[in-house]
Design a protein around this ligand. Structure first.
Ligand code: TUI
Length: 315
């Protein structure tokens, strides 16, 4: 397989410019190690997990692979400060952040030589992160699963590429070689994928969740939480129908929250597809089978190579 070089593969010391999303509950040590072993960048998703649990996860990845891997720090985690510290203590080489502004950790991470890659959903945030010393940004479109912004990947990525000098990683709606190639044409130097990796053989996501995702069609996702400014994309089910109905009736956040508290764990760990939060992106309709992370990455790179050969300066 062709080894595609971009500023991102160089920065991170990885073989292929494919980064695994930092999905809460799903992105644990098995998945992260498998993606990194296959030549991409695996991530442990901190989600809302306790700090010491993240330390254990980091140590488990180190036992499995000597390749680079990272941690995704979800900034609304109540133990975010402690996790930010653990990332330094454990010598993690790469951190990505989500759902907020990581500004207060930037100096500490940079001093420790950690590569910092904030996930952003707007040009303004990308510029702010560049000024603050970020090494790259992930520009994540609203096609993504989970907590989203409002711009699409197609519109966000080229605008961010024009606005900053640091390398840009495209995310949202990418699950195959075509999405990878299109991202390169928009000026991205890597992609981040979540939805496809949920159904990886090495992913510990419950079989029921994987089946739902594999069976999903193009328009089977729903965005909940629009009414209170925390939109979350997930596969439509009983819970989202009830949620959206309550939102239309003007229900307060406290009432809506009762439906989602612990619901991601229900989906990922217990396989509750009725009341759980089945986070997935709009590209779920393209994800048709369970494969190993290596099979996924090699298939994507082979397809992208055919499409991109001679079109961009990287392959
Ligand atoms: O963070 C994500 N995706 C996530 S986080 C998550 S956990 C969660 N669960 C339920 C409700 C809310 C969160 C599930 N999925 N993606 C990265 C991302 N970051 N998307 C959008 C943003 C973002 C939003 C606002 C980044 C920065 C930002 O700045 C706001 C500010 O502080 O100015």
């Amino acid at each position: 397989m062709h080894k595609m070089k971009t500023r991102i593969t160089q920065l991170l010391g990885i073989e292929y410019p494919i980064i695994q999303g930092g999905m809460a509950w799903v992105a644990e040590h098995n998945l992260a190690a498998a993606v990194s072993e296959a030549g991409g960048l695996g991530l442990i998703g901190a989600g809302g997990a306790p700090a010491e649990f993240i330390r254990e996860q980091i140590r488990k990845v180190k036992e499995t692979t000597s390749n680079p891997f990272g941690v995704n720090l979800m900034l609304m985690n109540p133990e975010a400060d402690a996790i930010a510290q653990i990332i330094v203590e454990e010598g993690v080489r790469v951190v990505t952040t989500g759902a907020g502004n990581p500004g207060k950790y930037m100096a500490m991470w940079k001093e420790a030589g950690v590569k910092v890659i904030p996930v952003i959903a707007s040009v303004a945030m990308a510029k702010m992160m560049e000024r603050g010393g970020a090494d790259a940004v992930v520009a994540e479109g609203m096609e993504s699963g989970g907590h989203i912004g409002s711009a699409t990947t197609m519109t966000l990525v080229p605008q961010v590429v024009d606005a900053v000098k640091i390398p840009v990683i495209a995310a949202g709606g990418i699950a195959d070689g075509r999405g990878f190639a299109a991202s390169m044409m928009l000026g991205a130097e890597a992609v981040q994928m979540g939805t496809r990796f949920v159904v990886a053989k090495e992913s510990i996501a419950h079989e029921n969740y994987k089946k739902k995702l594999i069976g999903a069609k193009d328009i089977d996702s729903e965005v909940t939480g629009m009414s209170h400014g925390h939109p979350v994309r997930q596969i439509r089910n009983n819970m989202t129908r009830e949620y959206v109905k309550l939102e239309r009736e003007g229900a307060p956040f406290e009432e809506l929250e009762k439906l989602t508290l612990g619901a991601l764990r229900k989906a990922v760990v217990e396989g509750d597809t009725v009341n759980g939060t089945l986070m997935a992106g709009q590209i779920a309709g393209l994800v048709k089978k369970e494969q190993t992370c290596r099979e996924m990455i090699e298939e994507i790179m082979a397809e992208a190579e055919k499409l991109l050969h001679g079109t961009v300066g990287v392959m």
